[in-house]
Design a binder for this molecule. Sequence first.
Ligand code: ARG
Length: 580
Amino acid sequence: MQLEKTLETLAQDAVRAATGLDVPPQLRPTADPAHGDYQVNAALSLAKELKKNPREIAGTIAEELRRVPAFCRVEVAGPGFVNLTLERAWLAEQLRRDVLDLEHDGIPQLSSKERIVVDFSSPNIAKQMHVGHLRSTILGDALIRILRALGHEVTGVNHIGDWGTQYGLLLTGMREFGDAAALSESPIAELERIYKAASQRAKEDEAFAERARAELAALQAGNEENLALWRRFVDTTRAELDRVYARLGVTFDSWRGESAYNDDLPGVVERAIGSGLAREDQGAIGVFWPEIEGAPDRLKKQAEPFLIRKKDGAFLYATTDLAALFYRDSVLGADEILYVVDARQANHFEQLFALGALLGVRAKPHHISFGTILDENGKPLKTRDGVAVTLSSLLDEAVARARSRIEEGIAEGKLRLDPSAIDDVAEAVGIGAVKYADLRQNRRSDYQFDWDKMVSFQGNAGPYLQYAYARVAAIFDKAGETIREPNHELDLGEEAAFELAKTLARFGEAVEAAGRTHQPHLLTDHLFALAKAFMSFYEACPILKAEGALQKSRLTLAALTARQLERGLGLLGIRAPARM
Ligand code: ARG
């Protein structure tokens, strides 16, 4: 359920009935439990508007709220707060709907479903995927899962960088000093090697550079042999990427990358010129923002144009993105398009979206921007030899560290795990830890990579939540029930049970807010709060030792906790092993 959203609606109705004004009730959790569970603060700001005493207004709002069955105590306090104490029987009844909702576990199903395209991961051929692509992959995957759970129709696209001027160098380099075996074995490393060597060579050897330009022109003109070799680059790279994605548990609905838009590019440039938005300057074509009527203010002041064709006739990253935007809008019929790309590309997307809007694109694009991953010194994360950390090496290290934590836990008697399960659980915990460390951050900020915190079984970390889940699951193992069976009446008389129930009742709005604002950390915040509330509950209210209706109620609260942890982790793309 969506506890705060429900209470907010009730409070807004009360404020309207009391004052005739439809304004946000300013509902907040109380800081001190002695004052109840929530407070409504609207009277203070309304006092100015209505030129009345705030306590008087609070009094009339309180009168309305006293008629609402959700509250057992309503009191005016201080200069004009209305303090609310939840009626536990009401909360129990509301939460029971989530208990019975085996299909969605209380995640609201939106009535306004949208068609959403999510452009994420999108690495480049012939370059190692680096940690920047890791954030895009993890964030994009979580957003897709969350948006689907809310009922949206989502298409996940890997807009892979598989076309561009570098292919002249790659084709020539491959033919002259490429290693075919290495290309099959580890294509990305080999292509990266060829690319580096070829660009170096092109600088020193004009004849080589000339051959590369000729091969590029032949490729662009559709030369069969060059196309076949280019296909091989793409396919081998794709196979290698697939292994990383499989390990991450990430899938795509489409791999429609840059090359797929190649034929559209001349038309896209024509369309921009035809509409009067783009023009020629020294042989190149671009949009010159200060000249554009209806351009956003910030861009109006931007001197650099948005280039869509170079003076040698070559198209750019921007041209392809414009073609993809048209395609997603008109062919895929997207209502919204999410571009999960790091913050450094903010200006590119700002220009792309502005131009798209001026050209009549109806779909609403959003740049789902994110910060950089920093090392312990606050510098962008690199390995010792100074190159960006590759994704696979990072995942290997995470799994190795998770494994040693697990072995420690077993030696200390804290974890119980069959030796045959260690490999699988270490993989789930290691990969889950990397994902969680990323998702728990406000995506817009840079964050510091901290191995110790990341693989910790304590605090706001993936392993802690997986461990919490396994602990609840173990109760059901002992009780001989699954976590989806208990659906008894809830008794929230005990303080710890009431606290747990209040947290459980916020799952729906946590998922809804994470999806609406594209911020998965709103969901990790909920899961962390839930795991903590459960641990306190479990200490105060033993389950298997209890009896009768009380045991059934406690068991039901534990079951809903397990279901939310399992589903919540699932929405983040994190596995929840049942035993550890
Ligand atoms: N390939 C690009 C890069 O690695 C990211 C592409 C993002 N998506 C897009 N439609 N521009 O920087």
